[in-house]
Design a protein around this ligand. Structure first.
Ligand code: PHE
Length: 510
């Protein structure tokens, strides 16, 4: 039997046995003290017995005034004002002499009360008795009466005013107790019938079950909550976005490398080596391994050439391209690094077999050496889509963005010219947010430059349109989170994550 069951059984037994020879338990608290059992166990036993008709019960609230520690000392020694009065000799005493007899705080109280009672004159020179004699230390008398009569407040004949002043002086406090009075109930028996909760093998073998009473099933009892894992909001939104891409016929790119070389992250994207984004203030470079092991050498050569002197009708940047710079390992700063690898491998395929158009997407983590604030972390997730086909135009890009974002619930888009080293033209994407009542920036896009695509070896007439956005932004908007640290990192409230609703992108605007 569990410990709590055992305690309750003992308490039940005590109550039933007592009622066998007594008419009533008038005070369950006193009863608990008498039988030396925990008052809570007795109360629980009474409730349970009452539930089965063994006893009738009545709930009683008992309010008792108790002396505080300070009150108790005054009850023994008299009030401080009385002590002060008695310390004044008939000829009077200087205040300094008088004060020596008391500690600081009780002197203050005593002095105030004695003055209030008009017992004492506090003169300039001397403190003197104002009356010859105080025959009753009222405070002490009241305290003794309260102490002796531990009875209900309502029957204590002390005036409200006195109670108020004693309470105010913190000499007494009210104790509220809930207790039961208990009598035999309609199903009273001196012993509670044992009911079985489980049918056991022994009961079956011995046939005891035939004479046993079984506890009824409580069909209203709630089951124990089951432990379960849950998806983080970012994962829920990622799943929805992934479904949108899949519905639009996009295939997922492999994103399983957080560590990338500067070459694929920047150089392949025609991002010049002096570009501020390539500074360690913006990018996390790795110490170990500090450089990449291998790069496709002939392609590296073509990239170097396009940076230095151009080609394919481009003038290039006209600077000295350094291999060491391209070799540096970093934590990828955007998923466009994934796209550049993918497009390069597509170009390799197209050297062997005819070029086939492709639609790709990726959703994964990127890193930036940024000051962390309520909307920025040093790591976040990017969503990126690209389409690679012959003869694509800016109109195709706008069309596919309108299709994609309308599936996210944003059908009213605006575009603003922008600059990326790897796209031309480039456009920032703004969407009208109904909740905010204004246009908000939702992504960046463009057509990859020939300086990026042609060195890879893609056919001349193949264009690539692409766009990117963060996963955190729509997630924070969808889940009403305004501090990114509540969404990501060690401060995230797991309870909140568990309670988060499922993600229903786009439905509210339909
Ligand atoms: N890489 C860009 C960024 O990090 C997004 C982008 C992707 C822009 C593809 C144009 C084309 O913001």
């Amino acid at each position: 039997m569990a410990d709590s069951d055992h305690k309750r059984a003992t308490a039940e037994d005590a109550v039933l046995r007592y009622l066998e020879n007594h008419h009533e338990i008038t005070d369950s608290l006193l009863f608990a003290a008498e039988v030396k059992l925990n008052p809570d166990d007795i109360a629980n036993a009474i409730k349970s017995l009452h539930g089965h008709g063994y006893v009738d019960k009545q709930e009683i609230t008992k309010e008792t005034w108790l002396l505080t520690e300070e009150g108790k000392t005054y009850a023994v020694r008299g009030s401080p004002e009385m002590q002060l009065f008695l310390s004044i000799p008939p000829e009077g005493i200087t205040i300094d002499e008088l004060q020596k007899k008391f500690d600081e705080s009780s002197f203050k109280i005593a002095r105030a009360q004695a003055a209030k009672n008009k017992w004492v004159d506090f003169g300039k020179q001397l403190v003197t008795r104002r009356i010859q004699h105080v025959d009753n230390d009222k405070v002490q008398t009241l305290l003794l009466r309260i102490q002796d009569r531990k009875e209900n407040v309502s029957t204590l004949d002390i005036s409200q005013e006195d109670i108020k002043s004693l309470t105010k002086r913190k000499l007494i406090s009210l104790q509220v107790k809930k207790l039961f009075s208990v009598r035999r109930g309609p199903n009273y028996a001196p012993e509670r019938k044992k009911v079985a909760t489980d049918l056991t093998r022994d009961m079956l073998q011995s046939s005891d079950w035939k004479n046993m009473e079984f506890k009824e099933f409580n069909l209203n009892a709630k089951g124990a909550p089951t432990e379960h894992g849950c998806l983080h909001p970012l994962l829920k939104v990622r799943k929805q976005l992934k479904d949108i891409f899949l519905q639009m016929g996009f295939a997922e790119m492999p994103t399983n490398n957080y560590v990338e070389s500067s070459f694929w992250n920047f150089d392949a994207l025609f991002q010049p080596q002096q570009h501020p984004a390539r500074d360690s203030h913006d990018t996390f470079f790795l110490k170990v391994p500090s450089t990449t092991k291998e790069l496709p050498e002939d392609y590296v050569e073509r990239v170097k050439r396009i940076h230095e002197s151009g080609g394919h009708q481009s003038r290039g940047y006209g600077y000295d391209w350094k291999r060491e710079e391209a070799d540096k390992s970093l934590l990828r700063t955007h998923t466009t690094a994934v796209s550049s690898r993918m497009l390069y491998s597509l170009a390799q395929d197209s050297a062997q077999k005819p070029f086939a158009p492709k639609k790709y997407f990726s959703i994964d983590r990127v890193f930036r050496n940024e000051a962390v604030d309520r909307t920025h972390l040093a790591e976040f997730h990017q969503i990126e889509g690209l389409i690679c086909d012959r003869g694509l135009t800016l109109g195709d890009l706008i069309g596919v963005l309108e299709d994609f974002f309308s599936r996210l619930g944003m059908s009213d888009l605006k575009f603003k010219p922008a600059y990326n080293p790897y796209t031309e033209p480039s456009m920032e994407i703004f969407g009208y947010h109904k909740g905010f009542g204004k246009y908000v920036e939702i992504g960046n896009s463009g057509m990859f430059r020939p300086e990026m695509l042609l060195p890879m070896g893609l056919p001349e007439d193949v264009s690539v349109i692409a766009w990117g956005l963060s996963l955190e932004r729509p997630t924070m908007i969808l889940y009403g989170i305004d501090n990114i640290r509540d969404l990501f990192g060690h401060k995230v409230d797991l309870g909140l994550m568990k309670k988060n609703p499922i993600c229903r992108i786009g439905l509210e605007s339909d």
